[in-house]
Design a protein around this ligand. Structure first.
Ligand code: SAH
Ligand code: SF4
Ligand code: F3S
Length: 472
């Protein structure tokens, strides 16, 4: 259930493609990339890898033979940052060894901890050579070059130039290696300032990429065999970009445009804020077969008092009515959510309101967390902090309910015939794994060369975390 723990992804740099692609003077070096946090960090790691491969870096999945260890961090809760520091502590020995072997071994910290902690990182972890923020990472190759002269480089300003235009495009071969389902960041930052959340501080103000840039990137992905694109943004449904016609488009219009791209069969987007679900987007769920019937729509809590203290700017009832409207537009749509228990001042009654909201809405999937005070956020200064033991007890009850709903939803899928995009090999030979329209992993017998195909299957069984299916 814990997204940050389950979604830790290792994103090896997709190998530099043909050697002639690398700058001729660039020596060959290896980079180990470790990614924490949300999907946006996974996307950022890929883009940083693209930038590094231009400098001659190739991927390694072992830090032991790397010349650069790049840690892309998440700051959403305490444990995540502490994990980074303990990992950095362990790298000091490796750095010594690699340097004695003649490597110019370096450590770079990127992502939201880098943004929030800045120089504190090089102070607390002298092993680190470069600290680079989520809006600055296009400058990573330059920062590494500077660090090679012995300087500590901290790049955490919010630059005026657009990193997306500055970054190199991933070559086709690299995209192919990454698979048939790809992330595409369309929106960055957040202006919502929920009182518990660091994102507005680590990612900066809300910005939207223009339609043409997004379409061009999606077309490149599709041309390289990508069949499914998930549009990303901290507030993806707040996206409003300049359209090809000069007008301002909303996310619903963007999805319609992307659905026209040849080869792109499936569209998803995440994460959405309830305040930004406009009619155009809801209608896209009614009209677009390419748009998967799944929506991650975090509500965080079911008590209006707590929602107000969280600065969510909607009530529980607003949320429930919104869900009804979305389900009217597409009755097959499955919902997912995020929940926080133990926000300061949360009483037993407030918590029961959250349980009731969950019962009313019914989730196919959810992520839930104990409130973790983040320094610099208004929530951290509120009185009435909830006892850890109470938080744990509430989280257990909440997760039991959500887990039951997830199981019930999976059971209801049994017997259904679905289109399955075959994504990668399964654990057993002869099996492939894909995602159902509702994002559940589905295991089916299929040949490796069928990866990228969309096949008809019937769901036969619901396992603990995945579904099993037969070809029809
Ligand atoms: N932009 C997304 C959320 C990004 S953070 C949105 O608005 O929904 C992902 C989730 O982490 C949040 O939805 C919230 O449930 C959780 N989270 C954020 N800050 C937290 C904190 N201080 N303590 C516990 N959970 C937190
Ligand atoms: Fe954080 Fe709220 Fe912005 Fe989501 S909407 S990123 S929870 S401040
Ligand atoms: Fe974490 Fe930053 Fe994403 S704090 S959840 S990596 S936006």
């Amino acid at each position: 259930m814990d997204r940050l723990d389950t979604e830790i992804a290792e994103t090896p740099v997709s190998g530099r493609e043909a050697p002639e692609q690398a700058t001729s003077a660039a020596p060959s070096r290896k980079v180990f990339v470790k990614t924490y946090g949300c999907q946006m960090n996974v996307y950022d790691s890929e883009r940083m890898s693209d930038a590094l491969s231009r400098d001659g870096y190739t991927a390694t999945d072992s830090p032991e033979d790397a010349d650069l260890v790049l840690i892309n961090t998440c700051h959403i809760r305490e444990k995540a940052a502490e994990k980074v520091y303990s990992q950095l502590g362990r790298l000091a020995k490796l750095k010594k060894r690699r340097q004695s072997e003649g490597s110019d071994f370096m450590v770079a910290v990127a992502g939201c901890v880098a943004q929030a902690e800045g120089q504190e990182i090089t102070r607390r972890a002298p092993v680190v050579d470069v600290v680079i923020g989520p809006q600055t990472y296009h400058r990573l190759p330059d920062a590494l070059a500077k660090a090679r002269t012995g300087a500590k480089v901290v790049e955490t300003d919010f630059p005026v130039e657009d990193k997306f235009t500055a970054l190199p495009k991933a070559p086709e071969k690299v995209i192919r290696k990454r698979g048939v389902s790809a992330f595409l960041t369309v929106q960055e930052g957040c202006d919502k300032f929920c009182t518990f959340c660091v994102v507005p501080y680590t990612r900066g103000a809300e910005t939207s990429r223009p339609v043409d840039a997004i379409v061009a990137e999606a077309e490149r992905l599709a041309a390289a065999g990508v069949r499914e694109v998930t549009l990303l943004g901290q507030n993806v449904n707040a996206w409003h970009g300049e359209g090809s016609d000069g007008r301002e488009w909303g996310l619903g219009e963007l999805l319609r445009r992307l659905a026209e791209i040849d080869g792109l069969e499936r569209l998803r987007y995440t994460t959405s804020h309830p305040r930004d679900m406009d009619d155009g987007l809801i209608e896209a769920h009614r009209d677009l077969p390419e748009l998967m019937p799944y929506l991650h729509l975090p509500v965080q809590a079911g008590s209006d008092r707590i929602l107000k203290a969280m600065n969510r700017r909607h009530t529980a009832d607003d949320y429930i009515r919104l869900v009804e409207r979305i389900r009217q537009a597409n009755p097959d749509l499955a919902l997912s959510g995020d929940f926080i228990v133990g926000f300061p001042g949360e009483t037993d009654e407030d918590f029961e309101d959250t349980m009731r909201l969950i019962e009313t809405v019914g989730y196919a999937q959810a992520f839930s967390f104990k409130y973790s005070p983040r320094p610099g956020t208004p929530g951290a200064d509120l009185g009435g902090h909830v006892d850890e033991a109470v938080k744990s007890e509430r989280l257990d009850r909440l997760q039991a309910l959500l887990y039951r709903q997830q199981r019930d939803f999976a059971e209801r899928c049994v017997g259904r015939e679905i289109d399955l995009l075959l994504e990668k090999p399964g654990r057993e030979p002869g099996q492939l794994i894909g995602r159902s329209p509702w994002l559940q992993p589905v295991i089916v017998n299929a040949k490796p060369e069928e990866i990228g195909d969309i096949v008809k299957v019937r769901i036969t069984k619901a396992g603990t975390n995945s579904l099993f299916a037969d070809r029809v």
